[in-house]
Design a protein around this ligand. Structure first.
Ligand code: CU
Length: 131
């Protein structure tokens, strides 16, 4: 075997390994994939991999106590802010913070966002649907 083919074999193995890691990463990152998680669970984890929330839609019951864990997988600070509930939880880059949100009593759709300057404007918003 030439050195070249050795390198190629090594590279192929690396690619396979990376694909496997990527597949695993996609699997364990959430219970809801596209959102709509809460609903009686009483807790939810929201990731901020960048200027976004994952999931960016949440459904909750009016008046429920919802424990929100902000898992900031990005390299900079982000927060979850809901003005109507006077609520905010903030996590530094690479950190995870948890706080309890008292869901508004009135059914409807509420916008949550990141209040770090420029983030909301860049699209770091989501929707809380209260039922
Ligand atoms: Cu942010």
């Amino acid at each position: 075997m030439s050195i070249k083919s050795f390198r190629f074999a090594g590279f192929s193995l690396l690619m396979v390994f990376m694909l496997a890691v990527a597949a695993c990463g996609g699997d364990d990152d959430g219970n809801g994939d596209d959102g709509d998680v809460a609903n009686g669970n009483g807790s939810i984890t929201i990731e901020t991999p960048g200027m976004e929330f994952d999931p960016d839609t949440i459904t909750a019951s009016a008046g429920e106590e919802l424990e929100i864990t902000l898992d900031n997988t990005d390299g900079q600070v982000h927060n979850f802010t809901l003005d109507e509930a006077d609520f905010q939880v903030e996590a530094a880059g690479g950190e995870s913070e948890t706080a309890t949100l008292t869901v508004p009593d009135e059914a409807g759709e509420y916008e949550f966002y990141c209040s770090v300057p420029g983030h909301r404007e860049s699209g770091q918003v989501g929707t809380l649907t209260v039922e």
